[in-house]
Design a protein around this ligand. Sequence first.
Ligand code: NAD
Ligand code: TDX
Length: 337
Amino acid sequence: MSEEADTRLLVTGGAGFIGSNFVRHVMGATSHDVTILDKLTYAGRIDTVSDLLGPRVRFVLGDIGDAALVSPLVAESDAVVHFAAESHNDRALHDPRPFVETNVVGTFTLLEAVRAHGARLHHVSTDEVFGDLAYDDTARFDERTAPDPSSPYAASKAASDLLVKAWVRSFDIRATISNCSNNYGPYQSVEKFIPRQITNVLRGRRPQLYGSGRNVRDWMHVDDHSSAVLAILENGTIGETYLVGADGERSNRRVVELILELTGQPSDAYDLVADRPGHDRRYAIDATKLRDELGWRPRHRDFATGLGQVIDWYRANEAWWAADKDRVERYYAATER
Ligand code: NAD
Ligand code: TDX
């Protein structure tokens, strides 16, 4: 992709957690202009990006499944970076339809616009498409791992990945795919694990661990995900998939204990609650290809430091999350989580 000053990126889902952090990263690391296309579902908020809007960043409210809206936006863009998705497993277990509509049909709609107008596409996906790994296994996911999703969310993301691969092969679109592990950082919805537990503690509530708390996620800082996506967009090989991870495997129990330690609470001040149905045990990423082919390296190497900064961010930005917190906890109570 061109690195010239007048490059315009269309960033779908740019008002969500990772998309908004990516737009911030692009503003600092490049001279590209950005159009954010976002439907502002419960997961997207205009005040996440309102300070960015101006000469270089434009916001368009809309659905990636709306072909009449999407087509001219793709036509005027050099590249599309596709983050928009229904992204929360617990919601997918209760109401999977929006996951199929946005993640599958929405991605299809975008692919057809990319095919028609010849834009470069980077499709952002997840390690969950590979299913899970055993606790006592040393294996990690890599680019040769076959899709084997466990959950409705993961299945919808796997379907979107397969559509992108087929459009590359059949229609010669210029696309790349990345499958990343769990992200943490500022602006993450309080329905997700780390912000839910941080804001529970800040509200005087106890963190809620599903099942035994033994499940392992491979955490990385959202800024490192942004730098990986930009590296693939600019230097990745068309048609290729890159796995993104930063060797951050930790059990959920350990993460909660760390949040409690960093906030001055007893490290056992959490509740074990009913497990998530079908709960994936362990995710782990081998990012050797991304490191060797594109020279990418994560900058945030110390999880406790990064987590402490994120706790500080939630402490300082209660106005950003307070209203959502009440709504999210009502939703969890109604769905027995
Ligand atoms: P998020 O839920 O915080 O944000 C998603 C954004 O997409 C929101 O702003 C929402 O309003 C928007 N959106 C939803 N449906 C839309 C539609 N039909 N049209 C337009 N916009 C729509 O999610 P996130 O955590 O930022 O994840 C972003 C992407 O990264 C997703 O594709 C997800 O699968 C992937 N991913 C996430 C993680 C993670 O740890 N959060 C890890 C790996 C990959
Ligand atoms: O209250 C909770 N208690 C708990 O123990 C919540 C909300 C979660 N959990 C557990 C479930 C998971 O093992 O914590 C872990 C992380 O949960 P989530 O934040 O819901 O993330 P996960 O299901 O792992 O999926 C995330 O990573 C991959 C993102 O939400 C996806 O969008 C991404 O694709």
